[in-house]
Ligand binder design. Structure first.
Ligand SMILES: O=C(O)CCC(=O)C(=O)O
Length: 331
């Protein structure tokens, strides 16, 4: 267990707290990937919440557990050992500081590229962690592509691989992240408030797949802005729609704002695959989705431009706002 003390929090006074919410997301859409109605349920969930849970996914619990064990081993190393894998520039180990613009959270993490054409070596990562990660990332890319193909089918937007090709491309810009939220029970000063592990944000990519151990903490914002807690389920995956998929579907699918609350008593370990397109890809509403006379809600940009502009903002900024035209969506 990682023991934290009051001076640690004082050294990071910008770590935010929030009021506890008693709203549990009980109506979370659950999609059985093998069910004949899966694609319809996925699209409904992406329109309403930008978020759903996947079961019957075919990823073996053994491969997930192996990776989780290696991640726990890494995060249990003495701090100076972990620091040898950092700072994240952008890949590697980070502690409390998230990104370059002053965001902090009660989290430590490892960030890797998940490109199909080779990896960026991070020092201090064991052979077994690399190999379990490779295996896991391959399963996640396949799952993300399967979901994107179901979306393309259901929305009738041309060839099935219209969206998934962006993640299969050898220049795709996918990422993989391991997060560890240490317990903070000895921080008495919080007096009933919750500590933010990962501040609220939307993911800039097309799609993200989150899996965690059985400790809750993930929350999403509903359309009306209410925050709801997602009950943990270590054997399932949670899928988020990202900003790029919202743009490609001209607002039909909703990029979901989410955050993580760090638990006071138990460590949370999560693993997230972020499906991003090649840097040169234009992120504009697909011609095949637009109805007659429908206008794009967004100004044109490439993934490279969007990624760079997102990198200059704070987590909670409305990054897509810069690219929105002043037209109201019908969806
Ligand atoms: O740790 C999690 O469950 C989600 C974290 C997250 O949203 C992120 O890393 O972008």
């Amino acid at each position: 267990m990682v023991v934290v003390s009051q001076p640690v929090l004082e050294a990071f006074p910008h770590i935010k707290t929030c009021r506890s919410t008693s709203n549990v997301f009980t109506e979370i859409p659950v999609v059985d990937l093998l069910h004949p109605d899966a694609k319809t349920l996925i699209v409904e969930a992406c329109k309403e919440f930008g978020f759903f849970k996947v079961v019957n996914h075919g990823v073996s619990m053994e491969s997930i557990a192996r990776l989780e064990d290696e991640a726990v081993k890494f995060f249990s190393l003495p701090q100076p050992e972990k620091e040898k894998s950092g700072p994240p520039n952008p890949f590697g180990y980070g502690n409390k500081k998230i990104g370059p613009n002053g965001d902090v959270g009660w989290v430590e993490y490892l960030l890797f590229t998940a490109a199909t054409n080779g990896k960026v070596i991070v020092p201090g990562i064991s052979e077994s962690l690399w190999s379990y990660m490779d295996e896991y990332v391959t399963s996640m890319r396949n799952m993300a592509c399967e979901v994107l193909e179901m979306i393309a089918d259901e929305l009738r937007i041309g060839p099935r691989d219209m969206l998934s090709r962006l993640l299969r491309d050898e220049k795709s810009d996918c990422l993989f992240r391991l997060n560890h939220y240490p317990p903070w029970s000895d921080l008495q000063a919080l007096s009933g408030r919750n500590l933010i592990g990962f501040g609220d944000h939307t993911d800039p990519q097309l799609i993200s797949i989150v899996r965690s151990n059985n400790i809750s903490g993930l929350q999403i914002a509903l359309k009306d802005g209410t925050w709801v807690s997602v009950p943990a389920d270590h054997s399932s995956f949670f899928i988020n729609v990202g900003d790029s998929l919202q743009v490609l579907t001209n607002g039909r699918l909703r990029s979901v704002r989410h955050r993580v609350i760090a638990g006071s008593l138990n460590s949370r370990v999560s693993m997230i695959f972020f499906g991003g397109p090649p840097l040169t890809e234009k992120i504009v509403p697909l011609a095949s989705i637009m109805e007659r006379g429908e206008e794009s809600l967004y100004k044109e940009f490439t993934w490279y431009e969007y990624k760079n502009s997102a990198y200059k903002t704070r987590l909670s900024d409305n990054r897509l706002g810069l690219y929105e035209k002043s037209i109201t969506s019908n969806y």
